[in-house]
Design a protein around this ligand. Structure first.
Ligand code: GMT
Length: 385
């Protein structure tokens, strides 16, 4: 019905290396590929946009004012101002905000001010995780988060877990649609990198990988402790991708355990898929995880996952098929299961295949129409199937 029409879509997001920032950016690029005009609004150019030029993708930076009076420059105010400017002059049809704090609140205020100017702008808020499960629960912001969610025209969550968690904690009276995160197989698929594998694992050691932003919630210490046990049984290498507040502590732990020679901290590598292509196992011991996009990307590269059994993990990682689910903090179990899998090449190949097949359920071309359908409903007030 609307196949030949394009929309002017505003996307408010964090410009981060992983998580909601990446989902927002990849979604915007996929929509741009389909002919929509995409306007990113963020405090910096989103990481994944710096690689290529797109004719119909625009970035609008939010620069909070600095004034000696402001110990904390008022980001939300500047964001509201920027949303109004972009909506008005770029004739946005809708605004999609990723991560509720403070984006949903700023979007609603902008919407109200635009209404006074006779401009209607529907708002879609996508909840990603810590905006509900961690930061959003803080009593200093919880009422504002709840209010902003209520005021959004449409609310989506990236997993059934997150939807339920939002209802349980915030007790909101609003429909939440689950639209899962997705994987772009054009980018994430197993590539032949034998030269690369040789340089990382010259003696054909097994390669274990972890990717995260090294926040406490990721429990990177469990990866390092599990690897210590695994490497005593199986010749193996550990690659840690990403960076963040816990990085120094984790390097110290490696030194303490004596595993540094077999461990590489490679920082915020852009081409994560290169590392995933040579990985035998992906470890993700998070304390909570609404979805676990990094695990899905590993599975798309035919890499099984051992994760915790919390949050949205069981919705992607199928116990005993695509990997295993362990209790939070049980790094011994994580090590035991890793050893079992890595010692049995037949089982490992079967898990690799299962992981890939499962990841197909989250292919970009399956998920993108769900967002597009929602956009048309928001704009036209009709249901598109
Ligand atoms: O994991 C983080 O700390 C970053 C966070 C974010 O919002 O950027 O990630 C959340 O959103 C991702 C994309 O939807 C999910 O894959 C992550 O599971 C989720 N993180 C948590 O729930 C801890």
């Amino acid at each position: 019905m609307f196949e030949n029409k394009s929309l002017n879509i505003g996307i408010v997001c964090y410009p981060t290396y992983g998580g909601s920032g990446v989902v927002a950016t990849e979604l915007g690029l996929a929509l741009a590929n389909k002919g929509h005009n995409i306007h990113f609004i963020s405090y910096r150019q989103p990481e994944r946009l710096s690689r290529q030029y797109f004719n119909n993708v625009f970035v609008h930076e939010v620069r909070p004012q600095n004034y000696p009076l402001f110990e904390f420059p008022p980001y939300e105010l500047t964001l509201i101002g920027k949303i109004i400017e972009v909506a008005k002059f770029e004739k946005l049809d809708l605004l999609h905000v990723h991560y509720a704090i403070p984006h949903a609140f700023s979007a609603y205020n902008a919407k109200m001010m635009l209404a006074e100017m006779g401009i209607h702008m529907p708002i879609i808020t996508t909840l990603h995780g810590t905006d509900v499960t961690l930061v959003g629960k803080d009593s200093s912001v919880a009422p504002v988060v709840k209010y902003s969610m209520q005021q959004s025209d449409y609310l989506t969550a990236v997993s059934e877990f997150l939807k339920q968690e939002t209802y349980d904690y915030f007790n909101i009276d609003k429909d939440i649609e689950v639209i899962p995160n997705f994987v772009d197989f054009g980018k994430f698929s197993k590539k032949q990198f034998s030269h690369f594998k040789v340089s990382i694992a010259p003696n054909n050691e097994k390669v274990l990988v972890h990717v995260s932003n090294f926040r406490k919630v990721k429990r990177v210490q469990d990866v390092i402790k599990a690897f210590d046990l695994i490497s005593r049984e199986i010749p193996s290498k550990l690659i840690l991708v990403g960076d963040g507040p816990e990085r120094s502590n984790m390097e110290a732990l490696c030194r303490e355990l004596g595993t540094c020679d077999n461990t590489r901290f490679i920082g915020k590598l852009g081409a994560v898929e290169d590392i995933l292509s040579i990985a035998d196992l992906f470890l993700m011991p998070s304390e909570t995880e609404s979805f676990g996009l990094a695990a899905l990307e590993a599975m798309a590269c035919e890499c099984p996952v051992i994760s915790t059994d919390v949050g949205g993990f069981p919705e992607i990682n199928i116990e005993g098929k695509t990997g295993y689910l362990t209790q939070v903090g049980d790094y011994q179990k994580m090590a035991e299961l890793s050893i079992k899998l890595l010692k049995n090449n037949g089982l490992l190949s079967e898990f690799r295949k299962n992981a890939y097949n499962r990841s197909l359920d989250f292919a970009l071309d399956k998920v993108l129409p769900l967002y597009e359908g929602l956009y048309w409903r928001a704009v036209e007030g009709v249901k598109v199937v």
